[in-house]
Design a protein around this ligand. Structure first.
Ligand code: GAL
Length: 662
């Protein structure tokens, strides 16, 4: 179990370092991420490198028994880089430059940036590949953060090359993007631009490819550095820190290139429901590489600095959120950052060692958690415990949020709504791609799978035929990988399985004074009362059974929720987007129909509050109380921390237990 944080010794005089190390030992720190923003300290000018200080601090850490996750320091080029090579600077869609003076001002496709970064990483890797303190490589930092999309000239050149590689010839691009529309036909790749500011809507295929290109360009930067590290014969695991569900980077594709998944996560301590979003992020991180434990690479010990207002964490909340990660497969808890900065934009951001010193609640909680983690026995690795999977797909995310649709959808929020519904029922859930191996699941929920490639559709179909319960929801299976409608209407691939045909989408819009409309579409059934929102599709039932019909309004009496027995399984179609309560009702119905038990059998019936999580990691069940009230419930096993045999558990707010089931 790793414990530690980002360590920025370059911000401090060297006489502070020995005290840092002493305090780290006191706090139970086992590993620090070193040098993430130290490029200007390592290379103060072109061709000038100073590794002496880095040698000294790595040596001190090593002597102190603290391992190093060594950063490649390429995340924030020093001012001399842009002063000498202004072409490395990124641009927004209007062509305005993002200037230096903050951090991360580089165009990921800039050849100059890449060659300067490569030179730096080469020196670092050659120097430290064999150093016994270095146990991991931390490439760059949060790729794509701050600048989601870059529209610079470097990006333009790289985008054209990327398109040429993808399509081979310009005719194939024209066909994919449907460019006879609005006279957009291209004569050559040299005529194509990034989707910079234009008079009106861009071509949706172009927007989608720009997203793909951006994710790939960032990944290329990572791979370039990783290859340099490997070429120096470094054998440590290589990673870069993810940011939960982060739209610009398709982490399904990235995960294959990570030796270890690492994540940064900053739930708002002031939002009593924010633990659900962090639960989602942690489930995603485990799902990205299920057989390898991941690390929570950054979280805050207490308050942040970057929200408009930054509430402190409540007593115990930091540890409860840490355990939420451990329970979901994390083998390490780290923070931004070790010692609170004295200067700079993040001086109000909490740290493991606060500016106010060690006689502080933060320090007591940080040292307390360090001791607890150190005392934990080894936890099961790579256990696959979920029977429910929710489909979450980046390409779909990009395409479904293109403009000019019947209604604007926030894809992540809709996926999280299903996750929260299952989570509230204390049921374990994974995130998957439609094309993943689904054989271990009994229920697959596929919200708003607007862009559905053939392999994904076939896989979902096979899952249901093989005995799975599959839920497909409104606005799914509409377009191919180029964001073009498929021939033959809508739901063309899954319609026969579901036994329904979609005629139209029926956006639900609030009634205005002059334009009567319908904002919601209610329906009821064995699952209870459900309020449909955003869309109420006109569907025709061909071979399915209707479970619920819209009541009132435009679609009065028309099917809202259907089911069809297929092979050994069942395929459900939901012709609308339920609100949160309705999502919970539908999820509860499906869990029951699929015979899926909560993590701890019978918990809901025992009155376990929704604010208590129960998460399984092999034979270890972690229960965490994120609510404001105490909770007591039956749970038999061995308490991993006290070693005692227990039959029931009482949890005060933010308390948790790890129970090895008997
Ligand atoms: C992260 C970043 C850290 C620090 C932190 C503050 O996005 O990687 O360097 O800025 O946020 O919360």
């Amino acid at each position: 179990m790793h414990y530690g944080g980002d360590y920025n010794p370059e911000q401090w005089p060297e006489d502070v370092w020995p005290e840092d190390i002493e305090r780290m030992r006191e706090a139970g720190v086992t590993m620090v991420s070193l040098g993430i923003f130290a490029w200007s300290r390592i290379q103060p000018a072109e061709g000038v490198f100073d590794f002496d200080w880095l040698d000294r601090i790595i040596g001190l850490l090593h002597e102190g028994g603290i391992a190093v996750d060594l950063a490649t320091a390429t995340a924030s080029p020093p001012p001399w880089v842009s002063a000498t090579y202004p072409e490395v600077l990124p641009q927004d869609e209007n062509g305005a430059t993002y200037w230096p003076g903050s951090r991360q001002a580089f165009a990921p496709t800039s050849p100059v940036y890449r060659s300067l970064a490569a030179a730096l990483v080469t020196r670092l890797a050659e120097r430290y590949a064999q150093h016994p303190a270095v146990v991991m490589w931390h490439v760059n930092n949060e790729y794509g953060c701050h600048l989601n999309l870059d529209y610079s000239d470097a990006a333009q050149g790289a985008f054209r090359l990327w398109l040429e590689n993808r399509y081979g010839g310009i005719d194939a691009l024209n066909e994919a993007w449907g460019t006879f529309f609005w006279s957009q036909r291209y004569g050559s790749f040299a005529e194509v631009f990034p989707p910079r500011k234009a008079p009106y809507s861009h071509n949706p295929g172009q927007l989608l490819d720009y997203r793909r290109f951006t994710s790939d360009a960032l990944l290329e930067c990572y791979l370039m550095e990783k290859e340099i590290i490997r070429a120096a014969r470094a054998t440590q695991p290589v990673t870069t820190n993810f940011m939960g569900a982060f739209k610009p980077a398709d982490y399904w594709r990235w995960a294959a290139e990570m030796d270890v998944i690492t994540d940064d996560c900053y739930p708002d301590p002031n939002d009593p429901e924010s633990f659900r979003a962090s639960a989602f992020a942690r489930d995603l991180m485990r799902s990205l590489k299920p057989d390898v434990p991941w690390l929570l690479m950054e979280q805050s010990s207490n308050a942040l600095n970057w929200r408009p207002t930054n509430a402190p964490k409540a007593p115990g909340q930091m540890a409860a959120l840490s355990m939420q990660a451990v329970a979901r497969g994390a083998d390490g808890i780290l923070f931004f950052q070790w010692r609170q900065s004295r200067a700079g934009a993040e001086k109000f951001h909490s740290a493991m060692l606060p500016h106010a010193g060690t006689d502080t609640r933060t320090w007591r909680e940080v040292t307390g958690l360090g001791a607890e983690l150190a005392a934990l026995p080894e936890l099961p690795r790579g256990s696959r415990d979920a029977q429910v999977a929710i489909v979450f797909d980046w390409e779909n995310w990009w395409a479904i949020e293109n403009p000019d649709h019947p209604v604007a959808l926030d894809y992540l929020a809709l996926v999280q709504r299903w996750h929260a519904a299952v989570h509230r029922k204390h049921t374990q859930v994974d995130l998957v791609r439609a094309s993943a191996d689904l054989s271990g699941y009994r229920l697959v929920i596929a919200p708003q799978l607007y862009l559905l490639p053939e392999d994904g559709a076939a896989n979902l179909r096979d899952f249901a035929l093989a005995g799975g319960h599959l839920l497909v929801t409104a606005f799914s299976d509409l377009v191919d990988e180029h964001d073009r409608f498929r021939e033959g209407g809508f739901l063309t691939q899954l319609g026969p399985l579901l036994g329904v045909r979609v005629e139209d989408f029926g956006a639900l819009v609030s009634p205005g004074a002059d334009a009567p409309g319908q904002a919601i579409a209610p329906f009821t059934g064995p699952f209870g009362e459900v309020t449909g929102t955003l869309l109420a599709e006109e569907i025709h039932v061909e071979t399915a059974t209707v479970l619920g019909s819209f009541a009132g309004g435009r679609l009065d009496g028309r099917p809202a929720f259907t089911q069809r027995a297929v092979g050994d399984g069942r395929a459900y179609y939901l012709a609308t987007i339920p609100d949160a309560a309705g999502t919970a009702s539908v999820a509860g119905h499906l869990l029951a129909e699929a015979g899926i038990a909560p993590v701890v059998g019978g918990l809901p019936e025992r009155g376990l509050p929704e604010t208590v999580e129960a998460i399984r990691r092999g034979d270890v069940v972690t229960v965490i109380n994120h609510g404001a009230e105490s909770a007591e419930f039956a749970l038999a096993g061995t308490d991993l921390q006290s070693g005692e045999t227990v039959a029931s558990v009482t949890l005060a707010p933010f308390e948790y237990r790890l129970i090895r089931e008997s």
